[in-house]
Design a protein around this ligand. Structure first.
Ligand code: ADP
Ligand code: MG
Length: 343
């Protein structure tokens, strides 16, 4: 084994370039798991921080610093910032540094399905810029399905719903291809802004994006009545009437109300995707059910709600935030059998 490793000079990394989080697998391990965000000095245009460190600065910046989420709505809003982000994150991989310019760095990058060909080209160029000699792109629902453990090459239909930060992607896969898909820009970020709006309109409390995300994680719910509801959660923000900082307490029931409209949009998209599915594949989905992945799928009660709406069994992937990068890593390791899934 050692001898083979010694001669194997190819370095391979799998990247999940998500709208909310970027993850990297190297040697079968997740070595990077950071929010997709960059902090930039406005005067010099230099990157000050990426990932968690940049996130700490988010919404707390002064005029010299700005934070950018380069992939915010499932499109690449800022090519330069996204390249810098990938470069900095790849740089942090332990043991890869010394061989950074090795002639054989291979990358598989998972991209949101909504991005255009121009954006795909830009991602490939960025990867080459930072030293990759071979770059493959794989679409998110395909990577999610592989990560969940579905045999995507089978002549059998499977439905995957990946709820990320910027987009919810619903896809029916069979025979190694995407048969039909539907992508909507209603996902975790919209749930978060629904909470900001709710706090402002119902409690006269102004909260930031990060506070709203914490509320979502602590007491977020897709249904008003949960079997085991989480404890009410204290929230601090600025009172819109008095201007003073203030604290209130919110319950999962309230947040379910705040999110209801957006959840209906997700349900409608799922119903539309089911209606587009060819009958033989619909029959398969009837038997196998629907799989959920992505951080948004961790919202309490969302699986039950989709299950009720579709009258189908719904399964949430194990470790849904990592299903996509796991699948991208598997595609990388089995590049021969999966190469036709990639571009
Ligand atoms: P992307 O692939 O777009 O980067 P992810 O799959 O990493 O997205 O999911 C990120 C989203 O998941 C964010 O909007 C985040 O707020 C949300 N999220 C993470 N954990 C939870 C949770 N426990 N409950 C609800 N939403 C969550
Ligand atoms: Mg994702």
């Amino acid at each position: 084994m050692g001898i083979f490793n010694f001669f194997d000079l190819t370095h391979e990394i799998a990247i999940d370039l998500g709208t909310a989080n970027t993850l990297i697998v190297y040697k079968d391990r997740v070595v990077v798991d950071e929010p997709s965000i960059v902090a930039i000095n406005r005067t010099t245009n230099k990157v000050i921080a990426v990932g968690k460190r940049a996130m700490q600065m988010h919404e707390k910046t002064h005029e010299n610093i700005k934070t950018i989420r380069p992939l915010k709505d499932g499109v690449i809003a800022d090519f330069g910032a996204s390249e810098q982000m990938i470069r900095e994150l790849v740089r942090t991989i332990p043991n890869l540094k010394s061989r950074f310019f090795s002639p054989s760095l291979r990358m598989v990058i998972c991209i949101p399905s909504g991005i255009t060909q121009v954006e795909e080209r830009a991602v490939k160029d960025s990867a080459e810029q930072i030293g990759a000699k071979e770059v493959y792109l794989i679409h998110e629902p395909m990577a999610a399905a592989i990560g969940i453990g579905i045999d995507v090459l089978e002549p059998k239909g499977n439905m995957i719903i990946d709820i990320g930060g910027g987009t919810t992607e619903i896809a029916v896969l069979a025979l190694g291809g995407i048969v039909c898909d539907k992508s909507i820009k209603v996902a975790g970020d919209v749930f978060t802004s629904d909470i900001v709006y709710y706090m402002r309109t119902q409690h006269n409390l102004f909260v930031g994006e990060r506070t709203a995300e914490k509320i979502k994680i602590h007491v977020g719910s897709a249904v008003e009545e949960l079997e085991t509801p989480p404890e009410d959660y204290p929230v601090q923000g600025r009172d819109l009437m008095t201007g003073k900082p203030k604290q209130i307490t919110v319950s999962s029931k309230e947040i379910a109300k705040a999110l209801n409209k957006s959840i209906i949009q997700v349900e409608d998209a799922v119903m539309q995707a089911l209606a587009m599915t060819p009958p033989e594949l619909a029959a398969d989905i009837y038997n196998t059910g629907i799989y959920l992945a992505g951080g948004g799928s961790m919202l309490r009660g969302l699986d039950d709600r989709i299950s009720k709406k579709t009258e189908l069994p719904v399964y949430v992937a194990e470790d849904p935030l990592r299903a996509v990068v796991r699948g991208t890593g598997i595609a990388l390791k089995n590049i021969e059998s999966f190469s036709f899934l990639m571009k």
